[in-house]
Design a protein. Structure first.
Length: 275
């Protein structure tokens, strides 16, 4: 599917802070980013047609949210409970994220899917819960190195996607503007080893083909698919120049305002005049 057959979509850039920073440095990063991206600092404001969200550690959501005011960036949670409320020690509910004005949430990140052996049914339940609670979701999928080297990358990604979306059969259940899909090859996350843009694009096509099969081609074209895995200020422009890559999910490089803001600005090149 070439870019010309796709409608203009809003690029998405997410900054996943993981379990990094401390309160003071998180607030400082949020303040600097907000100044950079809103135009309150020295440069111009980031084009408002780009969605930017940061995902701080849960205990810092309130302070980071306050430091960013109404954004940009928007605020997101790194995880949510599949349950509404109750006896779930340590978990964070969708309602709690909403109370803190967190609009976005990550679901299926490999550090939970693989690192914490989060089962597919839990990922599915979290996605449903997030949508029911009106949150916007970044659903992450991606293969391990072993799966790529054995030729199983496509099957793995398609299976993760189909499994995550099971039960969301209608388009009403899955508004394309509320779910961003992140292709994150596990071997590229935090390793400094970025997927070749050709390989990332190929994986994005597998994702869009699957969305087309599950829903329809128009829906697949309108859904944002972003790349994650060692995105930096140096490689972002090349990745975002590819028609299939609608932005990025960024870990390490989101911990410095300068590199994250540069990555956000690299996405401006994707905007046509009529988006
Ligand atoms: C991530 O955590 O989703 C990620 C892509 O991390 P990094 O950019 O550090 O590879």
């Amino acid at each position: 599917m070439s870019r010309s057959t796709r409608p203009a979509v809003r690029p998405f850039i997410g900054g996943n802070w993981k379990m990094n920073l401390r309160l003071a440095s998180a607030v400082e990063l949020a303040e600097t980013l907000h100044a950079d991206l809103s135009g309150d600092g020295e440069g111009a404001a980031l084009d408002a047609r780009i969605d930017v969200a940061v995902f701080p550690p849960a205990p810092y959501l309130m302070a980071v949210g306050r430091a960013m005011g109404h954004g940009p960036p928007a605020l997101g949670g790194q995880d949510l409970s599949p349950h509404e409320d109750g006896a779930y020690t340590g978990q964070v509910s969708a309602g709690m994220l909403d109370d803190l004005n967190a609009r976005w949430v990550l679901v299926g990140h490999s550090e939970r899917r693989h690192g914490l052996a989060e089962p597919p049914e839990t990922i599915r339940a979290k996605l449903r819960r997030a949508l029911e609670a009106d949150l916007e979701v970044v659903l992450c999928v991606g293969e391990t190195l072993e799966e790529r080297e054995s030729g199983d990358a496509e099957a793995t990604i398609v299976e993760q996607l189909r499994s995550g979306l099971e039960g969301l059969e209608t388009l009403e259940a899955f508004p394309p503007e509320r779910i961003v899909l992140a292709y994150e090859p596990v071997w590229a996350i935090g390793t400094g080893r970025t997927a070749h843009p050709d390989d990332a694009e190929e994986a994005h096509r597998w994702i869009r083909r699957t969305l087309g099969e599950l829903y329809d081609r128009g829906f697949a074209a309108a859904t944002r698919v972003v790349y994650g895995g060692s995105v930096t200020a140096s490689n972002a422009a090349e990745l975002f120049s590819r028609p299939e890559i609608d932005g990025g999910l960024v870990g390490g490089a989101s911990l410095k305002a300068e590199s994250f803001a540069a990555i956000c600005r690299a996405a401006e090149s994707r905007l046509g005049t009529s988006a």
